[in-house]
Design a protein. Structure first.
Length: 298
């Protein structure tokens, strides 16, 4: 847990120069002034570095920004009726901030660096949405931001969004997919009986109809990484069209999978396409995360 710490204020003390005068000057005689000492230029105060919650490849995320994101995350979870512990909330926000920094760094490496004018336009737009610059300043202050730290966070967010769009935009609308059907049974002995019947030449479609009259166990088309249970997916992609699997046990029950069709470049459904985009983004971040130098504040 990170706590906001007040900045130390360095007070520059004024140096007082004592002026000496000759004590032996006679009455009516002009005194000879004692030469002044060398002029001393006050040393400007050194700014106290803003405390950092974490650094990624040397780039820091301030405690103020972390606290602001943490408060926003908790508020969102509360609005959804969910309860999350402080530890879990902190972990989630930290990982999200690390991903954001990595994405922003990726954007710079790809040649995108948000200009000052573009950043100012974004800040002006936010001010207009909130009702003016004063309202934006108050919003920043309430969340522990200074104007400078808020601009840093806003710039990083915009650059991360650019890189995210670049990654998901490269995902193809077609992929290697299978069209599969399953027989789902909730008893292990019954599942083995059905498997023996299939081995003996029983019609898969008829048995699927018996156990699922509504859909005949049709799973539709799907790519790798789409199904929630990886066992089903692994089995399906190991089969050729017309083949069926052995009995597969999952938390749901006992499955026998048959592949009806395969297509190396089948058009993705909207849900599958979104899943592939999320997977591409997740894989990119994981790869960069494994290579990054990440330091968390104690």
């Amino acid at each position: 847990m990170f706590f906001h710490r007040p900045r130390a204020i360095l007070i520059q003390l004024t140096l007082l120069l004592a002026l000496g005068f000759s004590a032996c000057a006679s009455f009516g005689t002009k005194a000879t002034p004692t030469p002044l000492g060398p002029t001393v230029t006050p040393v400007p105060p050194t700014a106290t570095p803003e405390p950092m919650a974490l650094t990624v490849n040397g780039e820091g995320v301030s405690v103020a920004e972390f606290q602001a994101e943490l408060a926003r995350y908790k508020s969102a979870q509360t609005a959804l009726g969910k309860t999350v512990s402080d530890a879990d909330a902190s972990k989630t926000v930290i990982e999200d901030l690390i991903a954001q920094v990595l994405l922003a760094q990726g954007a710079k490496a790809a040649g995108f660096d948000l200009s000052e004018s573009a950043l100012q336009s974004r800040e002006d737009a936010l001010a207009n949405q909130l009702g003016g610059a004063d309202k934006l300043s108050a919003w920043e202050s309430d969340r522990g931001y200074t104007d400078a730290s808020f601009r840093t966070a806003l710039k990083r967010s915009a650059e991360a969004a650019w890189m995210r769009d670049k990654i998901v935009g490269a995902v193809s609308t077609a992929a290697d997919q299978v069209h599969a059907q399953q027989i789902l049974i909730f008893n292990a002995d019954d599942a083995q009986t059905v498997f023996a019947q299939l081995k003996g030449g029983a019609d898969f479609n008829e048995l699927a109809l018996k156990y699922d009259p509504n859909t005949r166990g049709d799973l539709g088309w799907f790519p790798k990484g789409f199904l929630l249970d990886s066992k089903i997916e692994t089995a399906a992609f190991s089969l050729q069209a017309g083949q069926f699997s052995e009995v597969i046990q999952t938390d749901t029950g006992f499955h026998i999978i048959k592949v009806l069709e395969r297509d190396s470049q089948h058009q993705l459904s909207p849900d599958a396409f979104l899943s592939q985009q999320k997977r591409a983004l997740r894989d990119w971040v994981a790869q960069q995360r494994a290579q990054a130098a990440v330091v968390l504040a104690p």
